[in-house]
Design a protein around this ligand. Structure first.
Ligand code: DGT
Ligand code: CA
Ligand code: CA
Ligand code: ZN
Length: 561
């Protein structure tokens, strides 16, 4: 539970902004805000304090505090909450809109939520409204996106999940993360952890006491939800040992997958829940996921496929793909060194690649057109000259590559005769992100048609939570990739995870091949590969779809111009 002081301060702040929105006097708005600050910063608990001793709290606010201590709220706040609907309050928080314009939209046009505002813009209903030009509308749409962006990328969520699980391990028998994290989604709303424990109450207590807890959202005998850094919530549930498998299926989801398999159970005259598969009172299966799926007449379905997008039908027909695994990779085709913007030397990167057991490894430092990297042909050739000695020393095949820049017109940094000297060329969009769909599509197709371009690097160029994907006719781009034998990269950096899974699956239907790479700029980045593999799995890829699982001879054949 939050401290009473913090709760009261939050209510007063809310009251201040609602008071301002409804045309309240600015002087009083400021006095509410000052009182809120003062209460939040007061060292003693509100409940055990003479409220009048708190600086900035006059008689009007004392009454509100006393009412809050009795009822958990105060009536003036509730009245304003009634006047300004919840959706309008969210509307006023859109960073690029501001409260004044938000209230104007509500009062004059009846727009009562960010969702309604987006719809109005999309339907052109704001055209001609004073102060809402095309540029403002674009800014508002971005602002709405920021407002609703509460998900974190899988790297952040995985780091926290692993930390929580390490810290709780001594109190648990079994523990797994479930939810979207286990399904290998690229963004995570909250982390779900399941555990079995000899002393569930002690485990719940330990969760509440984790040193990085920002807020205990809720805590009971079987579930505790905490908020940690980045505003991320972690749900830890204790489940019975004998139904761990059924619980793992349930809390792994997705919800759509769960609904579908529950229907299958119902058609069998059974009932499926997080406690197991039941015939009447008889528990037919519950202990392991395999047991539950088999009892439903299905093989075990890998979590990344569990989205109810055809995996249940495929499972029933015995046609689930044998998904590519991290262990299938024989090498990495996109990595950097301190010759450009990496932080490790070539020798350090190669040593780390060898330690991972790779059979081959491509060094692909940036090409000259990314001006700040100060790359030159001389530097690239000098790097190439170092490879044979490192190859002998570490016993793996080194490929000399480069990461080219796809210019606005689809051309790349070097002419054919220089490109021909590289074993592998990754080509990526690093500029002109906002070209029109037509221009961007043509740009990618031109790059694909360059016989020396083997892989399109981080194809959408998105940075999760920071930069949107570029806009292109992906069907047309993927057709060009298939036709020209150009692979698409799945960049494993968790803030990129690019190509995203839905596009991976689409590209596969066009017959495109993929390269799951680290894009490492430092030794630890080589370990990001599981994020890219998770995305490949969500895209239904098998090892054969991924060129860097292939033996080196088959790969070199693919890399011929
Ligand atoms: P997230 O957290 O938004 O990234 O996505 P999930 O999939 O982790 O969703 P979450 O945390 O709300 O719930 C975890 C799993 O629990 C979800 O994938 C399926 C299951 N679940 C939650 N609510 C329901 C529900 O109402 N019905 C069913 N069938 N399953 C649910
Ligand atoms: Ca979740
Ligand atoms: Ca959850
Ligand atoms: Zn790049």
């Amino acid at each position: 539970m939050a401290r009473a002081n913090d709760e009261m301060a939050a209510l007063l702040d809310e009251y201040a902004s609602l008071f301002a929105l409804t045309g309240g006097d600015a002087f009083r708005v400021r006095s509410y805000q000052k009182a809120a600050k003062s209460i939040a910063g007061f060292p003693d608990d509100l409940r055990e304090t003479d409220i009048r001793r708190i600086p900035g709290v006059g008689s009007a606010i004392t009454g509100k505090v006393e009412e809050f201590l009795r009822t958990g709220t105060f009536h003036q706040l509730e009245r304003l909450r009634g006047e300004v609907p919840e959706g309008v309050r969210r509307l006023t928080k859109i960073p690029t809109l501001g409260p004044k314009k938000a209230m104007m939209l509500f009062q004059d046009l009846g727009i009562d939520s960010p969702e309604a505002l987006v719809a109005a813009i999309e339907q052109g209903r704001l055209a001609g409204v004073r102060g809402f030009g095309a540029k403002t509308e674009a800014n508002i749409l971005r602002g709405v996106e920021q407002l609703t962006q509460t998900r974190v990328h899988a790297g952040v969520a995985m780091g926290i999940a692993k930390q929580v699980m390490r810290d709780l391990a001594p109190l648990t028998r079994r523990m797994e993360y479930a939810g979207s994290l286990r399904r290998c989604k690229d963004t995570i709303g909250d982390v779900d952890v399941l555990a079995t424990a000899d002393d569930p109450l002690a485990l719940m207590e330990a969760v509440r006491r984790l040193p990085y807890v920002v807020e205990v959202v809720a805590s009971g005998p079987a579930k505790t939800s905490i908020r940690v850094e980045h505003g991320l919530q972690v749900d830890v549930r204790v489940v019975p040992e004998e139904s761990f498998g059924a619980a793992l299926i349930y809390f792994t989801g997705s919800k759509e997958h769960n609904v579908h398999i529950r229907e299958i159970a119902v058609r069998q005259g059974r009932k499926l829940s997080e406690y197991g598969l039941f015939e009447g009172d008889l528990r037919v299966a519950a202990a392991t996921e395999e047991e539950v799926y088999h009892a439903l007449g299905l093989p075990w379905i890998p979590p990344p496929l569990r989205e109810d997008t055809g995996e249940i039908e495929a499972a029933r027909r015995g046609e689930l793909p044998v998904l590519v695994q991290a262990g299938d990779l024989r090498g990495d085709l996109h990595t950097h060194t301190d010759l450009t913007d990496g932080v490790a030397t070539l020798a350090e990167m190669v040593a780390a690649a060898a330690a991972r057991g790779y059979e081959y490894y491509a060094v692909t430092d940036h090409a000259p057109n990314l001006a700040m990297q100060r790359m030159t042909l001389e530097k690239a050739l000098a790097q190439r000259a170092e490879l044979p000695a490192l190859e002998r020393r570490y016993g793996l095949r080194l490929l000399h590559g480069t990461e080219l820049n796809i210019a606005a017109d689809g051309t790349v940094d070097w002419p054919a005769e220089i490109l021909a000297g590289f074993d592998v060329c990754v080509a990526s969009v690093h500029s002109h992100f906002t070209q029109s769909r037509e221009e961007m599509t043509r740009r990618f197709i031109t790059a694909c048609e360059n016989p020396y371009v083997h892989v399109i690097g981080h194809p959408t160029a998105r940075k999760i939570g920071k930069r949107p994907s570029v806009d292109a006719d992906w069907d047309a781009v993927f057709k060009a990739c298939a036709r020209t034998g150009t692979a698409l990269e799945i960049d494993s950096f968790p803030d990129r995870n690019d190509l995203p899974a839905d596009l991976v699956r689409l590209a596969r239907t066009h017959g495109v091949k993929f390269s799951v790479d680290s894009d490492a700029h430092a030794v630890p980045h080589l370990a990001n590969i599981p994020y890219g593999i998770g995305t490949a799995q969500r895209g239904w890829l098998t090892a054969d779809d991924v060129v860097n699982t292939w033996p080196v001879d088959r790969l070199l054949e693919f890399l011929k111009p």
